[in-house]
Ligand binder design. Structure first.
Ligand SMILES: NC(=O)c1ccc[n+]([C@@H]2O[C@H](COP(=O)([O-])OP(=O)(O)OC[C@H]3O[C@@H](n4cnc5c(N)ncnc54)[C@H](O)[C@@H]3O)[C@@H](O)[C@H]2O)c1
Length: 425
């Protein structure tokens, strides 16, 4: 029997949807990208170009127009910005689509719960893009826990180093700089890490205490004489690690994420774009509210504990698990080769578990998780029980609630139980 092809439609054809559609095009036995919607026509066009059947690809100027049509695909990719996920996801589910839903699923606990309930009522599969669960590294860690190598995990330490340039690009100048207009950074960036911790422990978190704030990317730290926008006239332009003029050369790879003409623009056009784009502003003179450092202490229902540090001032992810039989350390994206080491308490032996590389040359994009997610999506969408998917909305709700609890704890200076969030919270 011929294998059924899963048809995909992209709602919001920005950076994420383009990545997923480009990966889908490399798996033509599984996927066909049939439609795209975005108010910026060039972005829909870029998705159309990746489709293996560009001539029959349907284009729309927005989610509403695509969803006004009869159902065009099996799965809608919801790749709009954080605040728009809810309306697009509800609309697409009502129209009959299963979802590949970018994180965060929604930006308040009540909205996340509402999505979960509606998905259940309609019987829709909703796969949340927690790409880390699909990485070779975290899969291996999960296997080592499940095969008992570590004994019972009593504590964990995790760190996410966002990276200084990445932080400035996304959380000072960029889409997630204003918490009130997007989502708190602990949700926008670290919901992946909280999701991994909840997944590895395999039990609910019952208490979160969090501290943190914005300390560095502020007006008070602006170099003397630095203007509002980066320019060759800035007295520290050549020495400033954050100069927007770096988008012209060593940071050029970041440009396609935010500038539609990045690939075709001339040097002069990019210079001109820097004079008017939000990404041309001095990082010390923006209106950013996102934190640049935050920590969490967490307790799980069995009494196991974990700490998590999110900082702009480190790069990559590090994880330590302390089990009754052995301890484990893992890292990726830090500059070192991704690696897992396990130290057995009884023998003192240290075992190295090299992390399998993906077949693509862009392996390790999100630790190879983007490719892993697209590899898995086909089978995930065939599960008879939507809740059985690796990153189903049901399994992701709790990790979202941990992020909301952390933000409430940070702001209200109290311990918060994520399970206390109810509808409308
Ligand atoms: N899973 C991950 O690891 C990961 C990584 C980065 C970002 N994200 C999340 O993915 C989402 C998208 O991020 P991005 O970097 O691709 O953003 P983006 O800004 O590049 O893309 C969003 C797109 O939505 C479009 N849009 C706006 N209104 C629309 C409408 N009414 N209908 C259709 N399209 C509309 C915009 O024009 C834009 O092209 C965000 O929620 C972000 O938090 C997830």
């Amino acid at each position: 029997m011929e294998k059924r092809i899963l048809r995909l439609a992209g709602i919001g054809c920005g950076a994420r949807t383009r990545t997923y559609c480009a990966l889908a095009a490399r798996m033509p036995d599984k996927y066909l990208v049939v439609a795209g919607a975005d108010p910026v026509a060039e972005r829909v066009e870029r998705v159309r170009e990746t489709s293996t059947r560009p001539n029959s690809f349907r284009t729309f100027p927005g989610a509403a127009e695509l969803l006004a049509e009869e159902q065009l695909a099996d799965v809608a990719i919801i790749g709009t910005q954080d605040r728009d996920h809810l309306a697009c996801a509800l609309g697409a589910m009502e129209r009959g689509y299963d979802l590949l839903l970018e994180k965060p699923a929604a930006t308040s606990p009540g909205d996340v719960r509402m999505l979960q309930e509606r998905a259940r009522e309609l019987g829709r599969r909703v796969l949340v893009c927690h790409v880390l669960r699909y990485t070779p590294l975290y899969r291996s860690v999960k296997n080592l826990i499940e095969d008992g190598s570590l004994g019972r995990i009593l504590s964990a330490q995790a760190t996410e180093g966002v990276g200084t340039w990445h932080h400035a690009h996304s959380f000072v100048r960029g889409h997630w700089a204003l918490t009130a207009e997007s989502s708190p950074m602990i949700l926008a960036k670290a919901c992946h890490d909280l999701d991994i911790l909840a997944w590895l422990f395999g039990e609910p978190c019952c208490a979160v205490r969090s501290f943190g704030g914005l300390a560095f990317f502020q007006h008070a730290n602006a170099p003397v004489g630095a203007p509002e926008r980066c320019s060759p006239d800035c007295p520290v332009e050549t020495s400033c690690a954050y100069s927007a003029l770096r988008y012209l050369d060593e940071r050029r790879s970041w440009l396609p994420l935010i500038y539609d003409r990045a690939d075709s623009a001339t040097h002069e056009e990019i210079r001109e774009w820097i004079t008017r784009s939000p990404w041309g502003r001095c990082v010390y003179r923006c209106d950013n509210t996102a934190v640049d450092h935050q920590i969490l202490a967490m307790e799980f229902v069995s009494g196991a504990t974990a700490t998590f540090t999110m900082t702009a001032f480190d790069k990559g992810r590090r994880l330590a698990l302390f089990g009754t039989r052995a301890s484990l350390r893992a890292e990726y994206g830090t500059g070192a080769e991704p690696l897992i080491t396990v130290c057995d308490h009884e023998t003192g032996a240290i075992t190295k578990h090299p992390v399998e590389r993906g077949p693509e040359k862009d392996a390790y994009g999100h630790g190879d998780g983007d490719r892993g997610l697209m590899e898995a999506l086909y089978e995930e969408m065939s599960h008879p029980d939507p809740a059985a998917m690796t990153t189903s909305l049901d399994t992701s709700v709790h990790s979202h609630l941990i992020a909301f609890a952390a933000e409430r704890s940070r702001l209200e200076q109290q311990t918060v139980d994520p399970r206390d969030f109810t509808n409308g919270a």
